[in-house]
Ligand binder design. Structure first.
Ligand code: FAD
Ligand code: 2HG
Ligand code: ZN
Length: 472
């Protein structure tokens, strides 16, 4: 049956679009950090929406599950097939055309397999900005960004993928094509269907194209690195920045000392901007559409005010784009640097910004009591209340011993998050990794509604089954 199906899939996508040898499939059946692995009957790479629809319809008729995949950079196992060897990975990576760029309408229409960076570059070439920005932007795709409702470092100013999307084209689980590719900022014609597919992690359909919002190009930036006494300093500093810089505040990230130490240790060329060590740091970015907006003066005034209030201990303002890039590298390098220190236990959580200091204090204390010497690598997009509460084993301890504690440590971080009315998945999704545990933290009626939607869209349970909701 499988050989016959693979042959028929090949007829739809042609030789360039079919991978069925284990070597060729390897990069599609294991995730970016080797945390999730499966096997597949085949990987298909359709060239257009019609081919996607034909593949989905064929798999539906054969009772075979489809796993949509973009750049495979997701962090919760959502794009990886199970180990049955019966699922088909549907990779969108051949569908990367920019279908339209409408400067007057401030929109760009792109296919789902377009790499995020290529969309940023296409917008820039037209004198516009597509603002989604994240560490994996050189390989993640717009489809994956949409399916995970990706956030990143500019959410504070521009929002998540949900906020950046005007229309979608989606192949439904039965192979029909829903054409919702509208570039309208006003459209009150019933339910907002596109929002159901955004953040659904490929469980309700395959996104094949999107109309995205563009913004005026940024013509000046100011970037600063500040040393903070603690997380309360971050909350105070962001308050001052909002007062003084208004909506020119574009990015606000924080990092614990432990996070920065890992980057200094493992990234060649990384340098501590200060002679002294500090417990926490903030990376601040202001931007403006005017070429000479005087942002250095604005950021300096804000940092001075925060210093006077005791929120900041020290600060440097980047003297040019090379220094700004070096400061961002200290932040963007954390995820990679942590991999050199043994397993990273990742917890992508959000709490209200005002509660972050108390949340960090309580969570750190509980973690240190549970595992003395644990290295807590807390950093993130704190302007949105989003912290990556990642953990590394104590120095000199055993990987296995630490991994055995993974579930208990996750429970501890999520219990604390829940106590502060937070979310146990701020921006990465549920995928495979949180599909069970979400039931302990979500409203049960909400979960029932989600199961009902899944049943409505995908009654045969063949669209990325086992992701987001267990057993569906
Ligand atoms: P994949 O990993 O291929 O897929 C992710 C999910 O989307 C899967 O469930 C998959 O089935 C589904 N999917 C993919 N394409 C489609 C489609 N066309 N239709 C339907 N479903 C689809 N995330 C953030 O939010 N903010 C960050 O700052 C951030 N930084 C990161 C930094 C690094 C170094 C890495 C490795 C990841 C980071 N991520 C971040 C995780 C983030 O989810 C992904 O980078 C990105 O959004 C996923 O895109 P992708 O194309 O790789 O999707
Ligand atoms: C980031 O903000 C990403 O750097 C990755 O969301 C976080 O690796 C992580 O846990
Ligand atoms: Zn992040």
């Amino acid at each position: 049956m499988t050989a016959d199906l693979v042959g028929r899939l090949g007829q739809i996508v042609g030789p360039a679009g079919l991978i069925s040898d284990p070597g060729g499939m390897a990069g599609h059946v294991t995730d970016w950090r080797n945390a999730y692995s499966g096997t597949a009957a085949a990987v298909v790479r359709p060239g257009d929406t019609g081919e996607v629809a034909a593949v989905v319809a064929l798999c539906r008729d054969a009772g075979v599950a489809v796993v949509p995949q973009g750049g495979n950079t997701g962090l919760c196992g959502g794009a990886v097939p199970d180990s049955s060897g019966r699922q088909v990975v549907l990779s969108l990576t051949r569908m990367r055309r920019i279908r339209d760029l409408d400067v007057a309408n401030q929109t760009i229409t792109v296919e789902a397999g377009a790499v995020l960076q290529s969309v940023q570059e296409a917008a820039a070439a037209a004198g516009r900005l597509f603002p989604l920005s994240l560490g994996a932007e050189g390989s993640c795709t717009i489809g994956g960004n949409l399916a995970t409702n990706a956030g990143g470092t500019a959410v504070l100013r521009y929002g998540t993928m949900r906020d950046l999307t005007l229309g979608l084209e989606v192949v439904l689980p039965d192979g029909r094509i829903w054409n919702g590719l509208r570039g309208l900022r006003k459209d009150n014609t019933g339910y907002d269907l596109k929002q159901l597919f955004i953040g659904a992690e490929g469980t309700l359909g395959v996104i094949t194209a999107a109309v995205l919002k563009l913004f005026p190009a940024v013509r000046s930036r100011a970037t600063a690195w500040a040393a903070l006494p603690g997380p309360q300093g971050a909350v105070d500093l962001i308050g001052v920045l909002r007062e003084i810089a208004g909506d020119r505040l574009t990015g606000f990230e924080i990092m614990s000392r432990q996070s920065v130490e890992f980057v200094l240790r493992h990234s060649s060329g990384a340098r501590d901007p200060f002679g002294d060590q500090h417990p926490w740091y903030a990376l601040v970015e202001l931007s403006d559409t005017l070429p000479h907006a005087g942002l250095d003066e604005v950021i300096e005034a804000a940092l001075g005010e925060a210093f006077d209030r005791g929120a900041v201990r020290d600060a440097v303002i980047a003297s040019g784009s090379a220094q700004a890039t070096a400061l961002w590298a200290l932040r963007e390098g954390i995820s990679e640097a942590q991999n050199h220190e043994g397993p990273s236990l990742k917890h992508d959580v959000a709490v209200p910004v005002s509660r972050i200091p108390a949340f960090v204090e309580r969570t750190d204390r509980a973690l240190r009591e549970a595992v003395p010497g644990i290295r807590i690598v807390t950093y993130g997009h704190v302007g949105d209340g989003n912290l990556h509460y990642n953990l590394s084993k104590p120095v000199g301890s055993d990987d296995e011993e630490f991994l055995v504690r993974a579930e208990a440590l996750a429970r501890l971080v999520y219990d604390s998050t829940h106590a502060f009315h937070g979310s146990i998945s701020a921006e990465h999704g549920l995928g495979h990794s949180k599909r069970e545990i979400i039931a302990d933290y979500a409203d049960s009626h909400g979960l029932d509604l989600m199961r009902g939607l899944k049943q409505l869209f995908d009654p045969r349970g063949l669209m990325n089954p086992g992701k987001v909701l267990p057993g569906l």
